[in-house]
Design a protein around this ligand. Structure first.
Ligand code: ZN
Ligand code: ZN
Length: 358
């Protein structure tokens, strides 16, 4: 038996489209939107549909990505949008769904799992919950310029000082660390991050903003990185507190001593320290030395440079450092290394002295 197909099922697509444009009945429009042969006809009908459940059906099942994409833009149902955002095979449809998603956890899942980078970036940009954003920013890796700009702009969205401090301390990307550190205003948290950031460059950046002397002293004493300690010592330059750092016998003692020139402070350190190395270094800092033979302290008189002959026992206390360069003297053909006294700059040939010929 033959019966007439409705116009919207026509293989004459122009006729079908006109029919869909004229139709007002929601039930018929639904049927057209679900079953018409022509993509455009289905899209025209879908445009006019108001029933969300039919729209969800189309968004999930239409074979044409443009139809699905158009319908997704009209969906409000978060559950359906989440399903489409996670499961549609086309990135353009997933993008349309992500654009309408508000559920933060769904967005976070898409931000880490979608196979398309653009979709992941969009999902991250849609996240507003600072805790979820911080979770992403802690582990985000910035390789390209685009990664960098994204990481910076996401970090700028966070205002919570505690979260910013955590990011400055622990984020994997230095761009995140730096941006977070720049937004820190809470002094207590700046101190915390200056003391505990994983990256030494961050610790320096934050230490430069500190004024609390007790905190600066603590960093100068204990920071694991010499470069951080040095930066802080520069801030403490010329202050008596440097002696306290020298005397602490901690990581920063030697650096602090190197930055001291005040003779009274150096003398004070020499008289008080139990550390032979520090004592010798302080003495040398003043231009003197400890005699290697009799152990007495030779001090320069009125700041004059001392030759390293002990004024007490007359022993030559040369402490030579290797020069590792060919002598221009008579031993040149042997490329023998000559050494230089650290105090008086006298030189001697190390190999010769080893063989006892000097
Ligand atoms: Zn001596
Ligand atoms: Zn010497």
């Amino acid at each position: 038996m033959w019966f007439f197909k409705p116009a919207w099922q026509s293989k004459n697509f122009n006729k079908a489209r006109k029919m869909a444009e004229k139709e007002a009945d929601q039930a018929i429009l639904a049927e057209i939107a679900l079953k018409a042969l022509d993509d455009v006809t289905r899209a025209i009908a879908a445009e006019k549909l108001t029933d969300q459940s039919v729209l969800v059906d189309i968004a999930k099942n239409d074979v044409d990505k443009l139809v699905r994409q158009a319908v997704v833009k009209r969906l409000a149902d978060q559950t359906a949008l989440a399903y489409i955002a996670k499961n549609d095979s086309e990135s353009t449809v997933r993008t349309a769904a992500v654009n309408k998603l508000t559920d933060q956890h769904t967005l976070a899942g898409i931000a880490s799992k979608d196979k398309d980078k653009d979709v992941r970036i969009l999902a991250r940009a849609m996240i507003t919950d600072p805790v979820i954003l911080a979770g992403i920013l802690t582990t985000i890796v910035t390789v390209t310029d685009r990664d960098m700009y994204e990481a910076i702009s996401l970090t700028k969205k966070i205002d919570d000082q505690y979260i910013l401090a955590e990011l400055a301390k622990k984020a994997r990307s230095l761009h995140v660390c730096n941006t977070a550190a720049d937004k820190l205003t809470d002094t207590r948290l700046i101190i915390d991050a200056a003391e505990n950031a994983a990256e030494w460059t961050l610790r320096i950046k934050l230490a430069k903003r500190l004024t609390d002397q007790a905190v600066l002293v603590s960093i100068a004493k204990n920071d694991a990185d010499k470069r951080v300690r040095k930066t802080v010592l520069e801030k403490l330059a010329g202050q008596p507190v440097l002696a306290e750092i020298v005397m602490c016998g901690c990581a920063g003692s030697e650096d602090a001593l190197a930055s001291l020139s005040d003779r009274d402070i150096l003398e004070d350190i020499i008289s008080k320290t139990q550390d032979k190395y520090i004592k010798d270094r302080a003495l040398r800092q003043m231009g003197g030395f400890t005699c290697l033979s009799c152990g007495r302290e030779n001090r320069p008189d009125n700041g004059r440079k001392l030759l390293c002959v002990c004024v007490y026992c007359q022993a030559e206390n040369h402490a030579f450092k290797r020069r590792h360069e060919s002598s221009t003297g008579r031993d040149w053909e042997h490329s023998s290394s000559w050494d230089e006294c650290m105090w008086c700059a006298q030189t001697k040939n190390h190999e010769s002295s080893l063989t006892g010929s000097m």
